[in-house]
Design a protein around this ligand. Structure first.
Ligand SMILES: NC(=O)c1ccc[n+]([C@@H]2O[C@H](COP(=O)([O-])OP(=O)(O)OC[C@H]3O[C@@H](n4cnc5c(N)ncnc54)[C@H](OP(=O)(O)O)[C@@H]3O)[C@@H](O)[C@H]2O)c1
Length: 207
């Protein structure tokens, strides 16, 4: 079953008590079937783009790291038993991992890519945001290794530049196009994508 923790109105993804309450609520909803897809979407970007060095304070670095990295870390750790329940029920279907069996998708960004930094840096420096998402990529890779044994797929997806509060009005993509693209990509993920960063069209993004 698919549940969006983000949809729990009071959930604060960087607060352990709040996540614990969400785990209880989701557990009641899904019953014995377990949770097959967990999407870590919540994130912040401060100060606002382009966020050059001079405008970025220590608090920005700390707050953004807490929400964008510690939050997904805690959520993965605390939802693991529910994901395992789903993976366990599907284990007689072979070794192939997929989002319909049990998966964590971390919403990352192309500007997390260290290799692409020379291309993306001049447009938006965004020190706190891009370093936090690079750390989220490493978290994705670590969880992918760790959870292989449970047959849980872990991958990161860049949603494109999307017209949201964060993306702004200049962004070329509507939320609908981005979400439809990501859903299509998610439905095709398998073992080979475990621990990878891909975009909303399925292209692999280099670390
Ligand atoms: N938009 C883009 O162009 C773009 C590009 C690349 C990657 N992304 C990624 O895509 C994801 C979605 O971004 P978006 O564009 O939809 O951003 P957004 O418009 O700023 O929305 C972010 C959402 O995250 C929630 N949130 C923030 N901190 C939270 C916390 N501690 N606990 C619970 N919820 C929290 C916010 O809730 P409140 O409103 O209640 O604060 C808000 O609903 C993010 O991971 C972002 O980094 C976006």
């Amino acid at each position: 079953m698919y549940i969006c923790v983000h949809a729990c109105p009071s959930a604060d993804t960087s607060d352990e008590d709040s996540i614990s309450a969400a785990v209880q609520a989701v557990s009641k909803l899904i019953g014995a079937g377990g949770l097959n897809l967990l999407i870590n979407n919540a994130a912040i970007n401060q100060p606002a783009s382009p966020a050059p060095l001079s405008a970025t304070r220590k608090n920005d670095m700390m707050d953004v790291y807490e929400t964008n990295v510690v939050g997904p870390f805690l959520i993965a750790k605390m939802f693991l038993p529910l994901l395992q329940r789903s993976a366990e029920r599907e284990k007689n279907k072979g070794d192939e991992m997929s989002c319909s069996r049990s998966a964590i998708i971390n919403i990352s960004t192309i500007i997390s890519s260290i290799e692409k930094c020379p291309e993306t840096f001049p447009i938006a420096q965004m020190y706190s945001y891009r370093t936090s998402k690079a750390a989220l990529n490493m978290l994705t890779r670590c969880l992918a290794e760790d959870f292989k044994i449970h047959n849980i797929l872990v991958a990161a997806i860049h949603p494109g530049w999307v017209r949201t509060d964060m993306g702004g009005e200049q962004a070329p993509l509507t939320t609908q196009d981005s979400v439809l693209g990501m859903l299509s990509v998610m439905s095709s993920l398998s073992n080979k994508d475990c621990g990878m960063l891909v975009d909303w069209q399925g292209n692999t993004i280099p670390w």
